[in-house]
Design a protein around this ligand. Sequence first.
Ligand SMILES: C[S@@+](CC[C@H](N)C(=O)[O-])C[C@H]1O[C@@H](n2cnc3c(N)ncnc32)[C@H](O)[C@@H]1O
Length: 178
Amino acid sequence: MLSIFVIIWVFLFLSGLVIFIYGFPAMIAVGPIPTSKKGIDKAVALAKIKPDEKFYELGCGEGRVLVQTVEKYDCYGVGYELVYPYYLLAKIRVKLSKKSKKIEVRCKNFFKADLQNADVIFCFLTPKLMQKIAKMLKEMKLKKGVRVVSYAFKINDMEPIEKIKHNKENWNIYLYKF
Ligand SMILES: C[S@@+](CC[C@H](N)C(=O)[O-])C[C@H]1O[C@@H](n2cnc3c(N)ncnc32)[C@H](O)[C@@H]1O
């Protein structure tokens, strides 16, 4: 009997440790700050998503933007999230969505993401990560004219094709074309 408890305890401890080590760098780098519903609406509207286009979110947190966007625009959604607890919350949110068949969440570093099919890429990260992502996108094989929406942080060496102010949080939202 005692050994079962020891095994369960060791299992829970080790899974906690793996979750912590795996997601800690992303948690430190960005944190889970979620976008407001109004902010999401404004940001995603910039990309003028058409039904069945493919919407990718880099760092999808607990999946709010991803699910809200697929439900509103009837597009396909793919979200990348490195922190396991957020990933699990995103999976639950997707399961509860009426559009769950059109949404996929991957627990994976977005720097290893396959973005070849993306029509629209959404990011709400940090200034530093945004520059790294821009570099990655420039070196990657992408569909021509992919729209990239960056919530709050610009890409330093690129002119956005549109820029709007999100007054509530006093942040800009940027739209780029690659
Ligand atoms: C500021 S939050 C934004 C969450 C969500 N996009 C939203 O707008 O509500 C950024 C998210 O990116 C995730 N993240 C940071 N670096 C990552 C990486 N390299 N790969 C995957 N996810 C990452 C963080 O864990 C966090 O959940």
